[in-house]
Each structure stands twice: as C-alpha cells, then as structure tokens.
Design a protein around this ligand. Structure first.
Ligand SMILES: [Zn+2]
Length: 445
C-alpha cells in the first residue's frame, strides 16, 4: 500500500513535510496496542458470489465458508461483518442455522459441537442496499460514478479492514484463505480479481455476465480484489509470469508508457529476493483515488499514473510506485505481518534500497533516486519493529522508512556469508511473520 502518489513531485515533497510536522505531535503510546487476535478456528476457503445492481448501488451476496476448529467442541463461529445485512445462514443440505449480527460481528450457532480436525462448512446470505455512488475509497464496495477522468466502475476496497464490508470473514492478516469470487455485473463490464479466471458466463435475459475467479494459494483477506468496469486489457509479451494492464479506453495511447517496465521489474525482484514471483499472474488496474494497493496478483494503481511521453522524460512511475506494489507480492502478500503492528515488514522492502529497480531505472538519467533513511544502521538485537507495535496506519507509514534498513541489512548479511540471496522466504512463504521473527533471523545471520 502506498498512500501518496504521482504525479507532482513538488506536491509529494510538501505532503511529506506536512506529514513530518504533523507526526511529531502524535502520542503513539496513547493508542491501543496492536495484537494478533485470539481465535478458535482457522478459515480455509471462501466462495463468494456477488450480484450487483449498479443503478440501485446495491448487491446481494453469499459466502460459503469452510473452516477448521482450533479446539474441541466448537459450537459457535464469530465472523467480521459490516455494512451488509445477513439474511440467512444454512448448511450445505439447506438446514438453517441460528445467527446474530450486531456491532460488526456475525455469530453463527453450529448444530453440534465440532472437534479439532473437522471441517465445517456453511453459507451466509446477505445484502447491502442503497450504498450510494462514491468517487473514492469507502471500505468495501464502491459504486464509482462516471466522471471525465473515469467511467462508472465497481471497486472493492479491502485494505486494511475493508473485506468485512463486502463479505463475512475472519478479517485479520494472520488468517490466510483460498478464495473464489463469482461476480455478476453489467455485460459491458470486465471483472478483475485474484488468481485465475476460470469462466465467464452470459446470463440470458438479464443483460449481465458472471466472472468466476479462483485464488488457490492462501492469502489474507485485506488482499481480496474485485474491480469491474468497461476496461481495456493489454497483455505484456509472453514470459514466465502472465502480465496484463487494465485501463480506460480513453487512455489507450498513454497507458503502455506507465506499465512497460513491469516484466523487467518482476524479474528483477524475483532475482533479488531469490524467490520467483509466487502468484498465478500479475495484473495492474487503474482506479480513482490515490496511491496503490497490492491486492494479490491484481494491483490497483491510481488512475493518475497514466501520463504521456513528454511527462515520462521528467518522472517515471515505474521508479517507485510500480516497483513498490510489485515488491509487496513477496513482502505483504506472500510473507505477511501477523498483525498491523508489524506492517513495517510489508512496507520496508518496497521502500528500501533493496528495490534497486528504483535506482536502476533512473540511474542513467538523473543519478538515481535515494529513498530516505536508507542508511540508518541496524545492528543485531536492535529491532526497529519495536517502534511500531502501538502504531496505527499513519505512524506505521512514518516508521517504515526507519525500518527500511532492516531488510537491507538482512539480505546483506545473508549474501555476504553465504554468497547467495537470503532464502528465508522459502521457510516463511504463505505464512505469517512478526518483527520478532525477522529480528531473530537478523541476529542469527
Ligand atoms: Zn506499500
């Protein structure tokens, strides 16, 4: 996730100065401690079917949830559920289950106690009506109005706790699931989501299509994507990773300029981290709003990344935003913080000098871009993550630069001693990681 975006360098500098002066007034210790929630089950799979009514800014949904108890005798399931109203819960054979929805939580009563090792599956039906049209980022589903800058769109905002606003789920970064998304939209729309597109089905008489996407590698709910609209899609030249760019028709001339270095950046990051790109494909899609969001294999980028050839001479988006969001597909999407107090793990790698394409792309032109704080020392036993355990998002972003030396130091240590890139992502891949875990690695390095 990157909050500030292109295109004006001056605006970015002013925003940084404003943020810096504001940050000094914040008492981070007055904030609640960020911790990994206690839980008594592991969510395994969500099958989410959504049917959108754009004119009424409404949708109906069903999520078939499969989970496994962490303790004996589980009889009740707690889920995060906001914005929508649950209309029913049932087992696969149609047996209705008792439920209660209150204060952002859905509690489902199971028909009998379930033991550790069992698999439990049920379907939650729900609806959200009259959400209203919006132009920017509301948690959950946004029905975006058409403007001169963009066509009408549907954009789901899941980061950091928005997933619970469009499907009931365990919505914390330490819960990783596989997922299917079936989205029924106006037939002129295309739908982008995580993983692989399994099918596109016409719905005769309704003027709609249903897109069926499958994410069969576990990821956290904050990375769930659903973007729909009249997009034009261009595929990059065939390579080890299928790569495509989603943009508006009016931007057809300029869109390739912003995205053209993506295949090289993906290849470079894989080589640098010593771990091949871990997902099925890499799509980038433009949406209204600022910055970028690393939704797994379907990165959302602000539509202001589109720029012409003249602007490209002065400022190239691939130097930092494309690189940063791509880096998240290893750091954040593959190796994920256990709780938001450790989000510096997600953010540091794309910000630190490890993202050498930032310099690599710019070096010949202007001597390279120098991320701030890149040279802060980190010695074994000194944990920058300690700074962020009480932080919220604003402070986390402030601290990520300070933490940025950590990943560099880690890789430098490992490379220096073993003559090859660090391999610890292979151990930690598709699992959760805390700052303490990483500090241990550094200390052992
Ligand atoms: Zn980020």
């Amino acid at each position: 996730m990157k909050r500030k975006a292109l295109p004006l360098v001056l605006a970015a500098i002013l925003a940084f100065c404003a943020a810096a002066s504001f940050a000094q007034k914040i008492d981070v210790y007055s904030r609640p401690l960020q911790t990994e929630p206690s839980r008594d089950y592991q969510a395994l799979h969500y099958r989410i079917a959504l049917d959108f009514d754009v004119a009424k800014t409404s949708f109906t949904g069903e999520n078939t949830i499969t989970l496994a108890p962490f303790r004996e005798g589980l009889t009740s399931i707690g889920l995060d559920a906001e914005t929508f109203s649950v209309t029913g819960v049932r087992l696969a054979d149609g047996t209705p289950l008792a439920f209660k929805q209150a204060a952002g939580r859905l509690t489902v009563e199971l028909p009998k106690p379930y033991p550790i090792g069992a698999k439990v599956s049920f379907t939650v039906a729900y609806r959200a009506a009259g959400l209203g049209a919006s132009g920017d980022r509301k948690k959950g589903i946004n029905f975006v109005e058409a403007t001169p800058a963009n066509p009408a769109l549907i954009v789901a905002r899941s980061f950091p706790d928005g997933a619970r606003h469009w499907f009931p789920c365990y919505d914390h970064p330490n819960g990783k699931v596989t997922q299917e998304i079936l989205a029924t939209v106006p037939r002129e729309y295309r739908v982008l989501s995580n993983g692989r597109l399994l099918a596109v089905t016409e719905n005769p008489g309704r003027g709609t299509k249903t897109y069926h996407w499958s994410q069969d590698k576990p990821h956290a709910t904050y990375l769930s994507a659903l973007i729909a609209g009249p997009y034009v899609v261009t595929e990059a030249a065939p390579g080890p990773v299928p790569i495509a760019y989603w943009y508006y028709e009016k931007d057809a001339k300029d869109a390739p300029i912003a995205f053209k270095k993506t295949p090289d950046i993906i290849a470079f990051l894989g080589k640098t981290y010593g771990y091949d790109y871990p997902w099925d494909k890499y799509d980038q899609v433009i949406v209204p709003g600022g910055g970028g969001t690393e939704t797994t294999s379907a990165t959302m980028l602000t539509q202001t990344v589109i720029h012409d050839a003249k602007a490209e001479k002065d400022f190239s988006i691939d130097r930092w935003l494309v690189t940063h969001e791509a880096a998240h597909h290893w750091w954040g999407d593959l190796v994920t913080c256990r709780d938001w107090g450790h989000t510096w793990i997600n953010e540091s790698f794309g910000t630190s000098r490890i993202s050498r394409p930032v310099q690599w792309a710019a070096a010949r032109r202007d001597g390279g871009c120098r991320p701030r704080n890149q040279d802060l020392p980190l010695v074994p036993g000194q944990a920058p993550c300690d700074l962020s355990v009480r932080a919220d998002r604003r402070t986390l972003y402030r601290d990520r630069g300070r933490a940025g030396a950590g990943p560099d130091r880690l890789l430098v240590l490992r490379k220096g001693q073993e003559g090859r890139p660090d391999r610890f992502q292979e151990d930690a891949g598709h699992h959760r990681l805390s700052g303490e875990d990483l500090r241990l690695r550094i200390s052992l390095g």
